[in-house]
Ligand binder design. Structure first.
Ligand code: CU
Length: 135
């Protein structure tokens, strides 16, 4: 009888030690994974908000749409469907500028990070105007 009790206690102690090691490992893993995952999820969740229409097309000496509302820092693709070179250049309060966009080409600008209404024009054809609204 006394012998079998001792054997039982030894087995229990070994099992407990193994559990402790397993728990420590699990906690360590989920800590690192959870932190990284949370950060990524927050970043990608913000992307759909900046979605919607983030493209301006230039056609027949006009920006279409002439008024575009985007989220702060959104990427905006400017497509020149015309047969003439154009630009989309901020005229007040911001500094976005596509530079010259050759016919059939496109360029990308980044919206200002601050909310507001930012007028722009084509530096080659100043009568071409539009407004980028950030909010
Ligand atoms: Cu132009």
């Amino acid at each position: 009888m006394p012998l079998s009790i001792r054997t039982g206690r030894t087995r229990l102690a070994v099992a407990a030690a193994a559990c402790a090691v397993a728990l420590t490992t699990l906690v360590g893993c989920s800590d690192g994974g959870g932190g990284g995952g949370g950060g990524s999820a927050t970043t990608s969740a913000a992307s759909p908000t900046t979605g919607g229409q983030t493209q301006v097309t230039i056609d027949n000496f006009k920006f279409q749409p002439a008024s575009l509302t985007v989220a702060p820092g959104a990427k905006i693709t400017v497509v020149n469907n015309d047969t003439t070179t154009h630009t989309l250049t901020a005229t007040k309060g911001a500094s976005f500028d596509t530079g010259d966009i050759a016919p059939g080409k496109s360029a990308t600008i980044t919206a200002p990070s601050k909310p507001g209404a930012f007028p722009y024009d084509c530096t080659i054809h100043p009568f071409m105007t539009g407004t980028l609204t950030v909010k």
